[in-house]
Design a protein around this ligand. Structure first.
Ligand SMILES: Nc1nc2c(ncn2[C@@H]2O[C@H](COP(=O)(O)OP(=O)(O)OP(=O)(O)O)[C@@H](O)[C@H]2O)c(=O)[nH]1
Ligand SMILES: [Mg+2]
Length: 195
């Protein structure tokens, strides 16, 4: 059997949600700039360069749509909290992200990526509060878990979850670099997209 989500491919980039067509179901990755959204997408797809990754925060600047099957989408969004760059550009990014998140009936779940080592930041809490206020379903995903010492992993997972008012198992715990948690996460996305 082919690898689940192994056929994931780039479909379209958009600067406005209105440019997007119809799909059956979609899930989106949001999170701070540089938290590892594009890397996670690549890990899920087992393709190194499907989504562009960079050392420079702000790599992803558009709504990037990746498709699996004929009508299931995963959306890689630009990160928030990208400090440098013109203010009006930042405002238009925010409008683009919010426009996307509120403008898609087929959006099943928003994965909110949080740095496992840093824990949720003020901007992450703002995003989660906003998603709650909009009644948008979300799931927290702790990224770059390879950066947390093995001896601290359990403690840190509890800590990150507690800060979000959750139990440790309520957050996905992944490392795109080491592959930790990726198989489970892939199954989770597939379930969300009804694959
Ligand atoms: N150690 C470690 N580094 C990672 C991991 N995932 C991503 N990175 C690194 O983190 C940096 C940012 O990764 P991206 O995937 O581009 O992050 P992003 O959230 O898409 O960033 P923007 O597009 O700017 O919002 C890159 O240098 C990655 O190599 C991980 O699991 N472990
Ligand atoms: Mg990116």
């Amino acid at each position: 059997m082919a690898q689940l989500l192994g056929d994931l491919h780039f479909l379209i980039s958009a600067s406005d949600v209105k440019q997007l067509g119809v799909c059956y179901a979609e899930a989106a990755f949001v999170g701070r700039s540089n938290v590892g959204k594009s890397s996670l997408l690549n890990a899920v797809a087992q393709q190194k360069q499907l989504a562009r990754v960079s050392k420079t925060p702000g790599r992803t600047r558009l709504i990037n749509v990746f498709q699996t099957g004929s009508d299931r989408w995963i959306i890689d969004l630009p990160g928030y909290g990208f400090a440098s760059g013109p203010t009006d550009e930042r405002a238009s990014w925010q409008a683009m992200i919010e426009g996307y998140l509120t403008g898609r009936r087929s959006l099943r779940l928003v994965f909110v990526l949080i740095d496992a080592e840093v824990g949720p930041t003020k901007l992450d809490f703002q995003m989660i509060d906003w998603l709650r206020s909009m009644d948008l379903p979300y799931r927290a995903v702790a990224t770059k878990t390879d950066r947390v010492k093995i001896s601290k992993q359990l403690f840190q997972r509890k800590e990150v979850a507690a800060k979000l008012g959750l139990f440790p198992n309520d957050i996905a715990w992944v490392s795109s670099a080491k592959g930790t948690g990726i198989a489970d996460f892939r199954r989770e996305i597939a379930a969300v997209l009804e694959i």
